[in-house]
Design a protein around this ligand. Structure first.
Ligand SMILES: Cc1cc2nc3c(=O)[nH]c(=O)nc-3n(C[C@H](O)[C@H](O)[C@H](O)COP(=O)(O)OP(=O)(O)OC[C@H]3O[C@@H](n4cnc5c(N)ncnc54)[C@H](O)[C@@H]3O)c2cc1C
Ligand SMILES: *[C@@H]1O[C@H](CO)[C@@H](O)[C@H](O)[C@H]1NC(C)=O
Ligand SMILES: *[C@@H]1O[C@H](CO)[C@@H](O)[C@H](O)[C@H]1NC(C)=O
Ligand SMILES: *[C@@H]1O[C@H](CO)[C@@H](O)[C@H](O)[C@H]1NC(C)=O
Ligand SMILES: *[C@@H]1O[C@H](CO)[C@@H](O)[C@H](O)[C@H]1NC(C)=O
Ligand SMILES: CC(=O)N[C@H]1CO[C@H](CO)[C@@H](O)[C@@H]1O
Length: 545
């Protein structure tokens, strides 16, 4: 670091020719910001970065700039014309570029956002609603994956997707897996900072529970591993949310055993087929108590079918074993669902990832779709919220919920079972506190496309649904999953008033982290007292109160 080096690729020279204005202490126009940043990067890194591959500005080529900005951004709600845009995008190709980016941003007083996979629900990885100007550091070129079967571990760089991670593990072994999320396009960098649950969670916990080490760059541009950062900071980054403590370069994750053959199934019931909610009620009573090998979610989806609206309840299961064993489990504990042998499909773990990914599947599922960077969901606008159920929702509550669901033409509610390993890990082991006593997590999700107008109506509807659910879910605090970021929680009305922000932070902080929030604030105060790493819902340091 700090070794100055005379880089002068052709593009750099021509770039300087265009942007002749010089950087001054307070950057007043964007081009001086760009000039200052590039100049500083050159002074602070000894590895070449060809500008045309790493540096994207609207001035140089607006269409390429927008393409790069939108490339992994998942929520179209944050890509509309009125949303603030970064001044420029920098894509580091070497870890030292990230160190230099931090040193230079700090020196020049530039606010930045960091993006790994771009799945943030409120777009905070690529849009700042609280600072102007801001820049985007996009880690998508850092996606190396080193699987070490002998050591039973993997080192994975932040910009890799979990689909790639799973694929690379399966390439080396049929009996090793990794307990991260369900959707293959998730970026490993942001995903694990919030916990990261998936179909192996009931047996092995979250990805964050299985992290052994990490490499991170702190606010001084220093590269830290677990030993160098110390146990407090290592605790904070495994579930304390992204963008608060530093930039994660890579995670070292423990691999877990999976059987060579496992079983998946989908059983769907219409409202008519589950009149009286006998099946749905039974699911709520058993979901967290079933054997840990079984992960059985319920998708409640509203759709128009031949002109009439209906809610379909799809029971989507993954069982770490053969179908014969699964049938015995289901006959004993959940016969009401009526699972048959014909519903059961046996496959490998990696195929099961594709099966539940949302990508179109054939039989057997084509696993190379996991290397695709594109999300299976396509370009959608969405708003989502989360809840945790500690008791089964009574039939009366379900009736009201379905009535509310049927007000919309399309909506999705996902129930994810807890229990098993999730009960056994203490609440303060890592910042993620949603443990023993949770039956299931709820996600409310409303998406729409360009052709479907009236976004405000959608937002209003999901807020009403959330409000309706109040008596049936966790309270004091009403818990929420930080990876399903929700800017409604502790509304950010006073965007530039740190005192008010701290009070608001205590509201969403309690929801995301319960009592662990106070420890996160203590650690933040120690490692980043000036709040260099910040966004709409980053952990605030105490000094700002
Ligand atoms: C379609 C879809 C499916 C999902 N499925 C699941 C699921 O199955 N399980 C689950 O647990 N969650 C799921 N999520 C939520 C997901 O875990 C979070 O959105 C997560 O933050 C995504 O990580 P990312 O790197 O893709 O996001 P990004 O938007 O890149 O980042 C998210 C946050 O982390 C910060 N960040 C990004 N990279 C870094 C880094 N390298 N160092 C420090 N901070 C960083 C960002 O600034 C931002 O605050 C899903 C989300 C979507 C949109
Ligand atoms: C921007 O890049 C695109 C794609 O490479 C190219 O077709 C276009 O001509 C470029 N526009 C300008 C103004 O350079
Ligand atoms: C926020 O407040 C600080 C200090 O009062 C000020 O310097 C800064 O420009 C403000 N930022 C915005 C976005 O208003
Ligand atoms: C829709 O209606 C048509 C004609 O009545 C019928 O043939 C078809 O099966 C229906 N489709 C569904 C999915 O119910
Ligand atoms: C979970 O909580 C229940 C009720 O408080 C308790 O009986 C049980 O022992 C706890 N389980 C674990 C694994 O801690
Ligand atoms: C150190 C600290 O504050 N730990 C707390 C983390 O959260 C759990 C549960 O919410 C508390 O029990 C701990 O005291």
């Amino acid at each position: 670091m700090g070794v100055s080096k005379p880089v002068s690729s052709i593009s750099y020279v021509s770039f300087l020719a265009v942007y002749f204005s010089f950087y001054t202490i307070t950057p007043i126009c964007s081009t001086s910001l760009q000039y200052g940043f590039i100049n500083c990067l050159h002074r602070n890194t000894n590895i070449n970065f060809p500008l045309e591959n790493t540096f994207f500005t609207p001035e140089r080529n607006a269409s390429i700039f927008i393409e790069v900005l939108e490339s992994t951004a998942q929520n179209q709600r944050y890509l509309t014309k009125s949303m603030p845009k970064p001044d420029f995008i920098f894509k580091p190709v070497h870890e030292s570029h990230i160190q230099a980016s931090i040193i230079c941003s700090k020196k020049l007083g530039i606010h930045f956002r960091v993006r790994s996979g771009g799945h943030d629900y409120e777009g905070v990885s690529y849009v700042s609603q609280i600072e102007e100007p801001f820049i985007l550091i996009d880690l998508s070129k850092l996606r190396q994956i080193d699987v070490d079967i002998k050591d039973n571990t993997v080192w994975v760089q932040a910009g890799a997707t979990i689909g790639e991670l799973y694929y690379r593990i399966a390439e080396k072994s049929k009996i090793h897996g990794c307990p991260a999320g369900v959707y293959p396009s998730l970026g490993i960098g942001g995903h694990i900072t919030g916990g990261a649950y998936g179909s192996l969670m009931r047996k092995f916990g979250l990805a964050a529970d299985n992290v052994l080490d990490a490499k991170m760059v702190d606010g001084n541009g220093k590269l830290l591993d677990r030993t160098a950062m110390g146990e407090d900071l290592f605790w904070a980054i495994r579930g304390g949310g992204g963008g608060s403590f530093g930039i994660i370069l890579s995670w070292k994750i423990k691999l877990v055993p999976v059987p060579e053959t496992l079983t998946v199934f989908t059983v769907s019931k219409t409202l008519e087929q589950d009149a009286g909610f006998k099946i749905l009620s039974k699911w709520q009573r058993v979901a967290d108590k079933l054997v840990e090998d079984l992960f059985l979610r319920v998708f409640l989806s509203v759709a128009r079918n031949n002109g009439t609206k209906t809610v379909t309840m799809s029971y989507i299961g993954q069982f770490l074993g053969e179908k014969g064993t699964l049938m015995k489990v289901m006959k004993k504990d959940f016969p009401e669902l009526g699972l048959t042998l014909e519903d059961c499909i046996e496959m490998s773990w990696i195929e099961s990832i594709v099966y539940s990914s949302g990508y179109p599947t054939s039989s057997p599922p084509p696993t190379d779709v996991l290397l695709q960077a594109k999300s299976p969901l396509g370009e959608v606008y969405f708003k989502a919220k989360s809840d945790f159920a500690k008791e089964p929702i009574p039939v009366l509550g379900l009736k009201g919920m379905f009535k509310k669901l049927l007000e919309e033409d399309a909506a999705l509610v996902i129930w994810t079972p807890y229990g098993g390993m999730m009960d056994k890990i203490p609440e303060s082991e890592i910042p993620f506190p949603h443990r023993n006593g949770t039956i299931f997590m709820i996600q409310y999700y409303r998406s729409w496309t360009d052709s479907e107008k009236r976004p405000n109506k959608r937002m209003k509807w999901i807020r009403e649904l959330y409000s309706y659910m109040t008596p049936y879910v966790s309270s004091n605090p009403r818990q929420a999953y930080v990876n399903y970021r929700d800017l409604d929680l502790g509304e950010n009305k006073n965007k530039n008033n740190s005192k008010v922000n701290f009070i608001e932070a205590q509201i969403w902080g309690a929801k995301y982290y319960k009592d662990n929030f106070s420890r996160l604030v203590r650690i933040k105060t120690k490692v980043d007292p000036d709040n260099f790493f910040r966004h709409e819902q980053s952990i605030p340091p105490l000094s700002s109160s």
